[in-house]
Design a protein around this ligand. Structure first.
Ligand SMILES: CN(C)C[C@H]1CC[C@H](N2C(=O)N(C)Cc3cnc4ccc(-c5cc(Cl)c(O)c(Cl)c5)nc4c32)CC1
Length: 332
């Protein structure tokens, strides 16, 4: 295993666990906590015009801290490489999970969709639109919870979430009519459409709009006409219909989704979308770090709160992860 010198002593690198376009993802162990992480490795030379996407993703993920968003722990940049140290999601892509089960029951789809709505409500509240929502970009952790990934196409409009976007991007089958028509669009409304496609895929196991040729796929999307299989309940059909509205102004909003009857059916409570991560730092983690580094808690708190996404940031978050999983808050 060609040990990257930048990782030596910090992470113990293991096998490649996936690859996505211009990146390789390897399993690794964080040396100080022993926790598993995923390291996304990109070679700058082969990135080409994808370089801006990497910077977009890194900057967005530094801002986003939520139980249903894959956590970025550390960024290492050398003159030839980017390393993103990320939360490990052992169960892989939701896409493969749906394929393995053909389609999901309404109950199981509801559990996943509530998590997707929470993640999207949170990123919109932080001023971001994801713009590439699809089952390939939702990973499953060890507890079958969803983690949103791939923020390479996300947008943080300068003028906030009410200002128009223009770039046509994302995956065609999940792209909103206004987006494929080349008109300006609101990121939040385009994400809501993609979530409609996602919910349809969860419940049906195939896509509402599909075609081998892009132009005819776009025509189907712009028509807004799709068939709904007999096994879908009336509530599922009407929820999907409210999201797959061709006119973005008639489309349901994320706020409505949070308390939508379909989403509340089993739970009787609106979706809890706020981040479970507190703004203030965790005392137990700070104490353990202060002892380990031989610093006062005050100095440790000052260093950690800079959140430089260096090894200290990674160690803090991974200690917090251990605490949240009921494991001892100890460094090795
Ligand atoms: C085709 N795709 C769009 C990429 C694919 C790459 C491997 C990955 N993976 C896998 O496929 N396992 C089977 C294992 C696995 C375990 N933990 C992971 C943790 C994070 C990520 C990850 C990957 C990328 Cl490209 C990101 O941008 C971010 Cl923010 C996060 N991928 C992981 C991952 C799933 C996605």
């Amino acid at each position: 295993m060609s040990q990257f010198t930048e990782l030596r002593g910090l992470y113990h690198l293991r096998e490649t666990i996936g690859s996505g376009g211009f990146a390789k993802v390897k399993l690794a162990y964080h040396a100080l906590t022993g926790e598993k992480v995923a390291i996304k490795i990109m070679d700058k030379r082969s990135l080409g015009e994808d370089l801006p996407r990497v910077k977009t993703e890194i900057e967005a993920m530094k801002d986003l801290c939520h139980q249903h968003i894959c956590k970025l722990y550390q960024v290492i940049e050398t003159e030839t490489k980017f390393f993103m140290i990320l939360e490990y999601c052992p169960e892989g892509e939701l896409f493969d999970y749906i394929v393995s089960k053909d389609k999901l029951s309404e109950e199981e789809a509801r559990v996943f969709f509530r998590q997707i709505v929470a993640a999207v409500a949170y990123i919109h509240s932080q001023g971001y639109a994801h713009r590439d929502l699809k089952p390939e970009n939702l990973l499953l952790d060890e507890d079958q919870n969803l983690k949103l990934i791939d923020f390479g196409l996300c947008a943080k409009p300068k003028g906030g979430m009410d200002s128009q976007l223009f770039t046509c991007c994302g995956s065609p089958a999940y792209a909103a009519p206004e987006l494929v028509s080349g008109r300006e669009y609101l990121g939040s409304e385009a994400d809501l459409w993609s979530m409609g496609i996602l919910l349809y895929a969860l419940l049906c196991g195939y896509l509402p709009f599909d075609d081998d040729k892009i132009p005819s796929l776009y025509k189907k999307i712009q028509s807004g006409k799709y068939d709904t299989p007999s096994w879908l309940s009336d509530e599922s059909k009407s929820l999907i219909a409210s999201m797959l509205q061709v006119d973005p102004k008639r489309r349901v909003t994320i706020r409505h989704l949070l308390a939508h009857p379909w989403l509340m059916a089993d739970a009787q409570c609106p979706v809890e979308w706020h981040s479970k991560y507190k703004r203030c730092l965790d005392e137990d983690c700070l104490t353990e770090l202060a002892v380990h580094y031989g610093k006062t808690k005050k100095d440790m708190e000052a260093s950690v709160s800079e959140f430089k996404f260096d090894y200290l940031t990674a160690t803090y978050f991974l200690l917090l992860e251990k605490k949240m999983k009921g494991r001892p808050v100890r460094l090795l």
